[in-house]
Design a protein around this ligand. Structure first.
Ligand SMILES: Cc1ncc(COP(=O)(O)O)c(C=O)c1O
Length: 323
């Protein structure tokens, strides 16, 4: 993959291989969120998202691992057939509800209702925000920065990454990583690739979460939105909608490296790496870390799309030629 992108020192941080039910970045947040839930005596967790939410599937899996019940509120109508993350969340034992709307007030009201229903049965349900994107969840990514610092230090030349590229949605992973990098890898540039929201929205939210996480960790660190570099050029028509550059990046990673990306997050982030490398924004010898945030079940969410994409003849790009 590095040869195809003309990057001689391309690394991939494999959060798609984190150790619960098809993995993903969300498990780093859930490690801390579920610890918090358990320390408060929770019997259950409740969270919400779209039908193909990786966060919802990971929450269902992590709750199962921790012996907690789990309710997931889907902000869409129930589909006729269940696939990808939705099917896996149910398979992993989550109770599923469909409210048909992403309205924040309606969602919060439904979360409160579920918490009350558990309470009426004598059980305490711990609510988890969208994408696990709060200060507690972000601590998981502070530790991720420490982890990658150790991994780089133990590489043959011990060099830190010049740049880390990561997909951003809620901005929680970005926030935790930015806070962790300040401490463990202050020279490393962090580049976020939006999968939907505006760069202002992501940067503002990431700054809020990073500041709250710094308070929790008792670190004297302050962030403003200007501390975050968020690029929106690879969103395409919107969140969850595939793009030609994303599809090309997906095929390139698969056919040059045997690496599966997902259609919603990592393929767009990899498309960004590809374009930025081609534009010379990274030096050919830069140590570039692509943070694979997971999401592989999303590949199986739309059979028709997968059918069409997998048949595409884009072998030329895996030989390093432009499409
Ligand atoms: C696979 C994948 N990558 C990246 C992200 C973005 O992470 P965050 O919400 O922390 O910005 C998500 C969030 O849903 C995700 O599921």
């Amino acid at each position: 993959l590095g040869a195809a992108l003309r990057l001689t020192d391309l690394w991939c941080k494999r959060d798609d291989l984190t150790d619960v039910a098809a993995g993903g970045n969300k498990l780093r947040k859930l490690e801390f969120l579920l610890a918090d839930a358990r320390s408060r005596g929770a019997d259950a967790v409740v969270t919400y998202g779209k039908l193909q939410s990786n966060h919802a599937r990971c929450t269902a899996a992590a709750a199962a691992r921790c012996g907690l019940r789990c309710t997931i509120i889907y902000q869409e109508e129930e589909p006729k057939s269940w696939s990808g993350n939705l099917a896996l969340a149910a398979l992993l034992g989550a109770e599923t509800r469909f409210i048909g709307s992403a309205d924040a007030m309606a969602t919060n009201a439904h979360v409160r209702r579920v918490v009350e229903e558990y309470a009426a049965a004598g059980l305490f349900a711990y609510p988890i925000p969208e994408g696990g994107g709060d200060a507690v969840g972000a601590l998981g990514f502070v530790y991720a920065a420490a982890e990658i610092e150790v991994q780089c230090r133990s590489s043959s030349d011990g060099r830190p990454p010049d740049v880390i590229v990561i997909a951003a949605g809620s901005g929680g992973s970005l926030a935790g990583l930015a806070l962790g990098l300040r401490r463990y890898l202050p020279e490393t540039r962090l580049l976020a690739i939006s999968v939907g929201p505006s760069s202002e929205a992501i940067a503002k939210r990431a700054a809020q979460i990073a500041n709250a996480a710094a308070r929790l960790a008792a670190w004297d660190q302050r962030f403003t939105p200007r501390d975050f570099s968020v690029l929106t050029d690879w969103v395409g028509d919107g969140y969850g909608l595939t793009t030609p550059p994303g599809e090309a990046a997906l095929l390139l990673a698969a056919r040059s490296e045997g690496l599966l990306l997902d259609p919603v997050y990592t393929s767009k982030a990899m498309a960004a790496v590809s374009t930025l490398a081609a534009r010379g924004e990274f030096k050919a010898t830069s140590r570039v870390v692509f943070w694979h945030t997971g999401g592989t079940p999303g590949l199986f969410a739309n059979g028709l799309w997968l059918d069409q994409v997998s048949r595409k003849d884009l072998w030329s790009i895996s030989r390093g030629k432009e499409v």
